[in-house]
Design a protein around this ligand. Structure first.
Ligand SMILES: *Cc1c(COP(=O)(O)O)cnc(C)c1O
Length: 366
C-alpha cells in the first residue's frame, strides 16, 4: 500500500454518555434487518467557504440541528456513499475498496457544485466511525456494518447558488444478509419513467435521483414486482439499470454484457469489481448497449442464460423474470444461474477475507 507523507487531522472524540448496554446491542445484532438500526456514534466534519474542511470529530449518534433555510432542504444539494465493513475470520476488520467510494464521492460532489473532500480524509472518517463502533458488527451469518457517508448543504439562504457551508457525516447501520436465504431471483418491472437523461445527474450518487425513483418503484411494487428497471431517456429502448443496482447479462457462449458508463448510469464499485473477476474467470465482458427487445429475444431463444443485478447492499441478485406492460419473459430457469452464483461467491470470498485478494481491494483497518 502506498504510504502518504500527508498527516491526517486528529478526530476529537465525544464518547456517548449512555451507549446502549450489551443486552440491548446483542438483541439488535442478532436480528439487524437492513437500514433501521444505527450504532452509538457518528463522525462529522464541517466545511465553510474560506476555511475549508475543519473540526473532524466522533460524536454520539443523534439528531442534528438544521436551520429551516438550510439549502439542502430547498434545493437538494446532497450526495452520499454506501460501503460495508466486514469482520474477518481472524477478528480483524476490513473495508472493501473505500478509496473507490472516496473518488466517486468527489465525482458526485463536483456534479452537485459541492467541495471535494480529500480521499484519505474520507477513508479516515469511515475508519474512525468503524473503530468507535467496532462492537456493532452483526452476529448473524453474512452480516456486516453498513456505512453511510454523506454531505449536504447547510448554509441558510434561499437564493439559488451553491451553498457556502456543508456538513459531512458518517453513520453506521448493522446489516444482516440482505436476503434471508441466499439471493432469490427477483422480478423486474420495466418503467415508463426515466431515471436519468444525458447531461443530468444519473452518474452522481445524489439523494435527488432516489427521490425521483420512488414513484416508479412504488408502481413496480403495486404490480407485484421486486424492482424497477429503467430504460434510456432518448429512445426508451436501451437497458440502463435498476433504481439502485447495475445489471449484467450472461450469454450461453460464456460472454457477459453490461451497459457502458455513458453518464446516465451510476458507476457501481460492485459492477467494476465483477467485470474484473469475470475476466479472470475467462469470460469475455463487453461494456455495450443492450436493448430490451434483444434481451427478450435472447432470453426466449436461449442465447442468454442469466441476468443479475449488483450493488453493495445485496452484492449480487439474480433476475428471474421481466415484465413490460402486459408481456413477460423468464430468464433461464427463473432462478439463480451458475455464472451468477460463481461470481457472487468469488466476490463475497474476497470481501470477507476468505479468498486471495490480488487487486488489493480489501482495506484492513484492524
Ligand atoms: C449505489 C448505486 C449502485 C451500486 O453501486 P455500488 O458501488 O456497487 O454499491 C447502482 N446504481 C445506483 C443508482 C446506485 O445509487
Amino acid at each position: 500500500m502506498a504510504t502518504s507523507a500527508k498527516t491526517l487531522p486528529h478526530f476529537a472524540r465525544v464518547a456517548h454518555p449512555h451507549p446502549r448496554d450489551a443486552a440491548a446491542r446483542a438483541a439488535i445484532l442478532a436480528n439487524p434487518g437492513f437500514g433501521t438500526q444505527f450504532s452509538d456514534h457518528m463522525v462529522q466534519i464541517d466545511y465553510a467557504e474560506g476555511q475549508g474542511w475543519h473540526n473532524p470529530r466522533v460524536l454520539p449518534y443523534g439528531p442534528i440541528a438544521l436551520d429551516p433555510a438550510a439549502a439542502v432542504l430547498h434545493y437538494a444539494q446532497e450526495i452520499f456513499e454506501g460501503l460495508k465493513a466486514y469482520r474477518l475470520d481472524d477478528g480483524g476488520i476490513a473495508l472493501f475498496r473505500p478509496h473507490a467510494n472516496a473518488a466517486r464521492f468527489n465525482a458526485s460532489a463536483a456534479r452537485l457544485a459541492m467541495p471535494a473532500l480529500d480521499e484519505d480524509l474520507f477513508v479516515e472518517a469511515v475508519r474512525q466511525q468503524v473503530l468507535a463502533d467496532r462492537d456493532w458488527f452483526p452476529t448473524v451469518e453474512g452480516g456486516s456494518l453498513y456505512l453511510r457517508p454523506f454531505m449536504f448543504a447547510s448554509e441558510a439562504f434561499l437564493g439559488v447558488r451553491p451553498s457556502r457551508a456543508y456538513t459531512f457525516l458518517v453513520i453506521a447501520s448493522p446489516a444482516g444478509n440482505y436476503f434471508k436465504s441466499g439471493a432469490p431471483a427477483v422480478s423486474l418491472w420495466v418503467s415508463d419513467y426515466t431515471r436519468a437523461a444525458p447531461g443530468g445527474t444519473g452518474a452522481a450518487k445524489c439523494g435527488g435521483n432516489y427521490a425521483a425513483s420512488l414513484v416508479p418503484t412504488a408502481e413496480a411494487f403495486a404490480r407485484g414486482h421486486d424492482q424497477v428497471l429503467f430504460l434510456d431517456a432518448a429512445e426508451h429502448r436501451w437497458i440502463e439499470e435498476l433504481g439502485g443496482m447495475n445489471l449484467f447479462f450472461v450469454m450461453a457462449d460464456g460472454s457477459i454484457v453490461t451497459p457502458p458508463l455513458s453518464g446516465t448510469i451510476l458507476p457501481g464499485i460492485t459492477r467494476d469489481s465483477l467485470i474484473a473477476l469475470a475476466r479472470e474467470e475467462g469470460l469475455t465482458v463487453r461494456e455495450e448497449r443492450y436493448a430490451l427487445d434483444q434481451w427478450r429475444d435472447d432470453a426466449t431463444s436461449g442465447r442468454l442464460t442469466e441476468t443479475f443485478a449488483c450493488g453493495t447492499a445485496a452484492v449480487v441478485t439474480p433476475v428471474g423474470r421481466v415484465t413490460q406492460g402486459s408481456s413477460e419473459f423468464v430468464i433461464g430457469s427463473g432462478g439463480p444461474g451458475q455464472v451468477t452464483q460463481k461470481l457472487r461467491q468469488r466476490l463475497v470470498g474476497i470481501q470477507r477475507g476468505q479468498a486471495p485478494d490480488p487487486h488489493d481491494w480489501v482495506h484492513r483497518i484492524v
